[in-house]
Ligand binder design. Sequence first.
Ligand code: SF4
Ligand code: SF4
Ligand code: SF4
Length: 207
Amino acid sequence: MPASNLTRRTFVAGGAALLAGVVAGAGIRPFVAEADVLRPPGALPEDEFMARCIKCARCIDVCPTDVLEPLGIERGLLQARTPQLNFANDRCTFCDKCREVCPTAAIGAVDPQAPEQGRIGAAVLYEDRCLAFLETGSCGICVEACPYEALSFDVGRRLVVDEAKCNGCGECVRICPANVFTSFSGGKARGIEVVTERAFREGGAVR
Ligand code: SF4
Ligand code: SF4
Ligand code: SF4
């Protein structure tokens, strides 16, 4: 084998091994088929969204509530800088501005009053965090705050989410006072969270 071929092949193989090592070592997933990322309302299914999104950040820049932010590398290199919703910032008002500015039609139209036709995600409750579960009769702030009347109490005054009304706007998450520190890096978790449809199907409404 000519020395130049050996050198080139060795270089390519070495480069691939190095990239794999870096990816594995950093805990980065370069290819994620169905990521549990909350996308802008009306976003195409995840694989189609990823095929279209060019990471231009126009949607993030135009969002009036700043609920949209760019993903880091924690969900893989391909997803880095794509838009995700963070309800710690604010809620989505379904203003439609992100769809209007998207140059690749990665975001479509959505009717917040018809979540059965498509929604951001679904609200789920955590019994070990929600104050209404931990202490009967307490809290209920999110019930008052939900703009779509998707939250109520059952006879035991435990919280119930009406899945037919919840569109995943995130107001309940934003306003929940049960912030629980879950990591040394300062991460917080609410008593109620919005998760993707896939995560909802897998985990149910109460956890
Ligand atoms: S619909 Fe409006 S508020 Fe919601 S993510 Fe898009 S720009 Fe932001
Ligand atoms: S505007 Fe469209 S293409 Fe640009 S980052 Fe947002 S979703 Fe992606
Ligand atoms: S995400 Fe929360 S506030 Fe928004 S519709 Fe669903 S239950 Fe109501």
